[in-house]
Design a binder for this molecule. Structure first.
Ligand SMILES: Nc1ncnc2c1ncn2[C@@H]1O[C@H](COP(=O)(O)OP(=O)(O)OP(=O)(O)O)[C@@H](O)[C@H]1O
Ligand SMILES: Nc1ccn([C@H]2C[C@H](O)[C@@H](COP(=O)(O)O)O2)c(=O)n1
Length: 226
């Protein structure tokens, strides 16, 4: 089958905005597959740190990305048969992932791996370049954001609930630095595309954000049926 006909909902946005939470809920509601593209960059970061590979060497890091032995099963992520679901969620991993994600060689190494998630009956995916680069023909593109302060609070709560150490002031600083790096890089920068709908969740509950996405998707279906 021509995979281009399989519907994709692409949700891009900055760190800790809630795009992963919303994307997963929408995927579950529609019975679609789900891809957390940020997890792939975080996995490359984790493996790079495990191997003590020079993070300044794009070729060596891209080799790691090409050979990444990763497996997604239910709620868990396996790297070389070890569960790393929580290990990749540290701020350190996020920061290194953001640095490595600026290398064109690393992005190229992950492109087809991401596109392979496009399977029937559909895909909901979140990241930074899902609508702009990986799935430019997505049927619905959303730029999901929230104020940096609210994102820092959400991340703080999330890390504390996972039993990890966290400090709001440090998290806010990390988030602001990461926003700056992810949106100013020359390749696939984070930005709201002209064809992406803005969803600011600063004052929305998770359920309201999920409903907004589903409502846009249903509107799109209704329009294309006419
Ligand atoms: N609208 C919301 N209101 C309150 N909390 C929210 C909302 N959306 C998400 N959250 C919470 O914020 C935290 C961060 O959300 P999530 O991990 O989905 O963000 P993300 O954008 O995917 O982050 P990253 O891509 O950096 O991993 C989670 O604990 C989630 O439950
Ligand atoms: N499509 C993507 C997804 C992620 N990244 C980079 C930039 C982020 O700072 C980092 C970690 O992502 P997160 O788990 O916070 O969504 O990975 C990217 O460049 N492109």
């Amino acid at each position: 089958m021509n995979t281009n006909k399989i519907p994709v909902i692409a949700i891009d946005g900055p760190s800790a905005s809630g795009k992963g939470t919303v994307a997963q809920l929408v995927a579950r509601k529609l019975g679609f597959h789900y891809l957390d593209s940020g997890a792939l960059y975080r996995l490359v970061a984790l493996k790079t740190m495990q191997l003590n590979t020079d993070t300044q060497n794009p070729i060596a890091v891209a080799e790691i990305a090409i050979h990444l032995n990763v497996f997604f099963k239910d709620e868990h992520i396996y790297l070389d048969d070890t569960i790393v679901t929580n290990a990749i969620r540290t701020e350190q991993c996020g920061i290194v992932a953001s640095q490595l994600a600026a290398y064109p060689q690393v992005r190229a190494a992950l492109t087809e791996r991401q596109r392979a998630f496009r399977q029937l009956p559909g895909l909901v995916t979140d990241g930074r370049d899902m609508g702009s680069v990986i799935f430019p023909d997505a049927v619905l593109k959303i730029y999901l954001t929230a104020s940096a302060e609210v994102r820092a609070q959400r991340r703080y709560k999330q890390l504390i609930e996972k039993g990890m150490n966290a400090n709001i002031a440090d998290l806010l600083q990390d988030i602001q630095k990461r926003d700056e790096r992810d949106s100013s890089r020359s390749i696939a920068p984070l930005q709201q595309g002209v064809d992406a709908k803005l969803l600011d969740t600063t004052s929305l509950t998770i359920s309201q954000a999920q409903d907004a996405v589903l409502s846009w998707y249903n509107d799109m279906l209704a329009r294309t049926r006419v």
